[in-house]
Design a protein around this ligand. Structure first.
Ligand SMILES: C[S@@+](CC[C@H](N)C(=O)[O-])C[C@H]1O[C@@H](n2cnc3c(N)ncnc32)[C@H](O)[C@@H]1O
Length: 256
């Protein structure tokens, strides 16, 4: 996947930071020793962890240099490392592994999460939130546009769509044997967007990226125009001209 654009992602910072707030509110730890923010992005979720745990060693991890640059600017006293979650393993004594809006990008994330839990000390917490929105119109349209334009045979575009998440039952069966406590829940947000076009802007900072990054600038514009036309047809303005972006998210809180 091409580098993420921190600037695009932060256009909707308030909305994007609400799920990690809701996830962190459920973490039962008072004073963890070492905390890691997986897929820390521009540091918005790391900032929440630093505020809640000022006496803990908190660090952020991401694979994107652009995101890490922004995160370091935002939290100059915090440590950030460039790494791939697929090959990263927690240091001994890591008692909170926090991952907001990142694990969905790793196809084998259920097994990775189980491995993290097994590596954690008793009482350690794995706290994960992932978009569970692949069946929403906004994500369906990404797949439809990808399959119907001149880019349809591009192998990177073909591989760009995320699979549906496994069911809560599948996560339960896999993770519960490695936990003393496991809580799995969904929250459906209805984000208020200024216009249907704002929905395109939102996803340019996340799930549209893998579709767009293999394309040249002309093809990108064509892809975005076709996508926005579908969005305009499906997400109708409310009485004040705004539109609601329905956004289901899956939360998993596991205590070792
Ligand atoms: C949607 S952003 C989440 C940012 C932030 N955690 C938040 O709560 O808003 C996902 C981040 O995960 C990073 N990422 C994606 N796959 C990754 C991987 N395999 N290893 C490390 N970071 C990854 C991306 O670079 C991006 O910064």
């Amino acid at each position: 996947m091409e580098d993420w654009s921190a600037r695009q992602y932060l256009k909707f910072e308030d909305e994007r930071t609400r799920p990690p707030r809701d996830l962190l509110a459920q973490v039962p730890l008072q004073r963890p020793h070492r905390v890691v923010d997986l897929g820390c992005g521009p540091g918005n979720s790391t900032e929440l962890l630093v505020e809640r745990y000022p006496d803990s060693q908190v660090y952020g991890l991401d694979s994107s240099p652009d995101m890490l640059r922004k995160a370091r600017e935002r939290l100059p006293d915090c440590k950030f490392i460039e790494a791939d979650i697929a090959t990263w393993r927690p240091q001994p004594g890591t008692d909170l592994i926090f991952g907001n809006a990142v694990m969905q990008w790793l196809p084998d994330h259920p097994a990775i999460m189980r491995g993290f839990l097994e590596a954690m000390p008793a009482g350690g917490v794995l706290a994960i939130q992932m978009p569970d929105n692949t069946r929403e119109p906004a994500l369906r349209f990404q797949r439809q546009v990808a399959a119907s334009g001149p880019w349809a045979d591009n192998p990177e575009v073909k591989a760009a769509a995320r699979d549906d998440l496994p069911s809560p039952e599948a996560y339960y069966d896999l993770l519960r044997p490695a936990c003393t406590h496991l809580d799995i829940w969904h929250t459906v947000y209805n984000h208020v967007m200024a216009s249907p076009q704002a929905i395109t802007e939102w996803f340019k900072g996340s799930s549209l990226q893998p579709f767009l990054s293999p394309l040249d600038s002309v093809a990108r514009e064509k892809f975005l125009a076709a996508y926005t036309a579908k969005i305009v047809g499906a997400y109708k303005p409310r009485y004040d001209g705004k539109v609601l972006l329905r956004f289901p998210r899956l939360f998993i809180l596991a205590v070792r």
